[in-house]
Design a protein around this ligand. Structure first.
Ligand code: HEC
Ligand code: HEC
Length: 390
């Protein structure tokens, strides 16, 4: 059932106007009641932002500036050559433009573009961390990324007077005399405070979505027709919203879309299955004493999450905000362009999907070239300005 967004007489007049604006004989795109509801659910944007209760310096200006300093500081790597920004460069939307991250060595996965992180429930492609600060510890100590021990980190921060002073001011302890593991956690909490400020602004899609909500057909007509048709596929026959829903275009959970997940020949990336094991074993999860959340309510999902067979080869559903700027795609960067991603869904190899009996969210879409181009045109309207800092 198609629903017009205005009483039909008025709508007919407005649509006539819109048709004149849009060059050529192209049909106006109309959305059913269900499609309209699905589109409205992708906003409003920006969403309200809240400090992270597990991080007592979340939202603190001094923590944000210390975190910003640390984020770009090559002292955080063993040989003094890499920083967080090596793989999360503001010039490439806080990703690195490479299929897989390269720190001290090549890592298994694609560097995730950092943005809107306050909306995440889980972190990393496999959800091995349940807070932004815990996720920020991993690259510091991972031998393939920055490769420091907690003791080395403490010594380096203690030897940098401005950093040491900022640390003492924030955490009421002299970095040189604090326990090494505590220093690691506190540095990660400052890094998290900075990363929380990386947000993406409004997009052409958001303007269209708000115009649709107001039934403002004139403003809606500013949104390109190919993007409108692509949006209709996204919320309609593409079923993309089954997983990429809400204002951040993600469920925040884990799914298998049939991307082969060999990290290298003979070695599989277990995805969420391994992520759950790492999360539960982590001394830094939300159930640990390092969480500042007094009632530990934030740790409830972590306490209850259990490994299941279906978790093999599942990866976190990525946000699609700014997706046109964060190529290449998928957990291993195996798809170079948005055209390739759309082709993946269009030609989907169902034999690669496993473990999801009875849960058929995906089937090969067999899109025409026009439909595929429209879907890409829609994805390209999800880009907004990136801002960060105090
Ligand atoms: C060698 C490249 C590399 C370096 C250096 C690096 N990262 Fe990452 N980052 C990655 C990769 C790859 C992922 C995905 C990790 C995974 O899924 O296991 C990631 C994921 C993340 C995430 C998760 C984002 C999300 O939406 O879940 C955060 C946060 C993050 N990194 C912060 C940092 C911080 C802070 C530093 C510096 C201390 C850093 N990274 C250094 C490559 C890197
Ligand atoms: C069953 C859930 C599900 C459905 C349905 C789904 N996706 Fe995804 N999408 C995912 C997951 C999970 C990934 C990451 C997979 C991986 O890395 O192995 C992903 C990755 C992507 C990416 C790459 C983003 C990045 O940053 O790497 C794009 C673009 C995308 N999907 C678009 C779409 C479109 C368009 C549709 C509809 C045709 C769609 N998705 C349907 C779950 C889904």
């Amino acid at each position: 059932m198609k629903q017009r967004v205005l009483p039909s007489a008025v709508a007919a007049l407005m649509l006539a106007g819109a048709a004149v604006l849009a060059a050529g004989p192209e049909q106006a795109v109309t959305f059913s009641a269900d499609e309209r509801a699905a589109i409205l659910a992708h906003g409003p944007w920006p969403p309200p932002r809240h400090p992270d209760p597990s991080n007592r310096v979340s939202g603190n200006r001094d923590a944000i500036s210390l975190g910003r300093r640390l984020f770009f500081d090559t002292r955080l790597s063993l040989d003094g050559r890499q920083s967080c920004a090596t793989c999360h460069d503001p010039a490439t939307a806080f990703a690195d433009g490479k299929p897989r991250g390269i720190g001290r060595a090549l890592v298994d996965r694609n560097a995730i573009a950092l943005a809107n992180l306050g909306l995440n429930r889980w972190f990393g492609w496999a959800g091995a961390a349940d807070s932004l600060w815990a996720q920020s510890i991993h690259p510091i100590v991972d031998v393939k990324e920055l490769g420091l021990t907690a003791e080395q980190l403490r010594d380096r921060l203690a030897a940098a007077p401005a950093i040491a002073a900022a640390y003492t001011h924030l955490f009421q302890a002299a970095v040189a005399h604090d326990a090494a593991e505590r220093v690691l956690v506190n540095a990660a909490k400052a890094l998290a405070a900075f990363q929380e400020t990386i947000v993406t602004g409004r997009t052409p899609f958001d303007d269209f979505r708000d115009a649709l909500e107001r039934s403002d057909t004139r403003s809606m007509a500013h949104y390109p027709r190919p993007a409108q048709r692509g949006l209709a596929i996204f919320v309609g026959k593409g079923n993309c919203t089954a997983c990429h829903f809400g204002p951040n275009f993600t469920s925040g959970e884990f799914e298998d879309v049939g991307v082969p997940h060999f990290a290298e020949q003979g070695r599989v990336d277990a995805g969420r299955h391994g992520g759950i094991a790492a999360l539960r074993a982590s001394p830094f999860n939300l159930l640990s004493p390092y969480s500042d959340n007094a009632d530990k309510a934030a740790g409830v999902p972590t306490r209850h999450v259990e490994q299941q067979h279906r978790n093999w080869g599942e990866f976190r559903v990525p946000s699609l905000r700014n997706v046109a700027r964060t190529a290449p795609y998928m957990h291993n960067g195996s798809l170079a362009t948005l055209q390739d991603v759309v082709r993946h869904y269009s030609e989907l190899n169902e034999e690669r999907l496993h473990g999801h009996a009875g849960r058929r969210l995906l089937r090969p879409l067999r899109l025409t070239p026009q439909e595929a181009a429209d879907l890409v045109a829609f994805l390209e309207t999800l880009s907004g300005e990136i801002s960060f800092g105090p």
